[in-house]
Design a protein around this ligand. Structure first.
Ligand SMILES: [Fe+2]
Length: 194
């Protein structure tokens, strides 16, 4: 089922912003009767009105459709609490210091939950001079591959993008203690302490 804005959400958000039906209606160029219809489930706002409606209610379209107001509270975020979001359609990668409303290709992306590395997604780390050579022994075909690797400490993230038909290996300096994250397009996000 596709999520769409509900009358209850519109009413709650309008009241929270201390707006009358008339005031909200004026802001988006409809009649107060129209707003009343939406709120009593006798009609739905046209899709072209979602953006102005969200703006008038002070939230994003995604929040309006999900019926919840998400506040990003990342002012003093520790990078170790960072989140990764990957778009399953285009492969875009979003790295955020905390929870956020992330959307790509028209869909809302969940924050990925990292699993401990399993046998099929093991990592080998070798010291090479003052750097580390990191290898993930994993298929690298167009259908099944490691998309990226990131080494995260409390104040720094180093990210490397991999591509199918290349190798999932890289050289980097692992400074400090942190986590090595890597993402398989079929099996999701993995992490190991490094
Ligand atoms: Fe995999």
């Amino acid at each position: 089922m596709t999520t769409y804005v509900t009358g209850t959400t519109i009413k709650q958000l309008r009241e929270a912003r201390k707006l009358t039906q008339m005031e909200l209606a004026e802001r988006i160029g409809v009649s107060s009767k129209t707003v009343s219809k939406w709120e009593t489930a006798k009609g739905l706002p046209d899709i072209s009105l979602l953006q102005p409606l969200a703006q008038a209610l002070g939230i994003s379209v995604i929040e309006l459709m999900n019926g919840e107001h998400i506040t990003n509270q990342n002012i003093s975020a520790n990078m170790l609490r960072c989140k990764f979001y990957v778009c399953p359609i285009c492969g875009n990668i979003i790295h955020s210091l905390g929870n956020m409303v992330a959307s790509c290709c028209g869909i809302t992306l969940p924050a990925l939950e990292a699993e401990e590395a399993d046998e099929a997604h093991g990592v080998v780390i070798e010291n090479v001079e003052d750097e580390h050579f990191i290898t993930i022994h994993h298929p690298m075909t167009k259908q099944h591959f490691i998309s990226f690797l990131a080494f995260v400490t409390s104040d720094r993230t180093q990210m490397v993008k991999f591509y199918p038909e290349g190798n999932a290996e890289t050289r980097m300096q692992l400074r400090g203690r942190g986590y090595l994250y890597y993402y398989c397009n079929q099996h999701g996000l993995f992490k190991i302490r490094a």
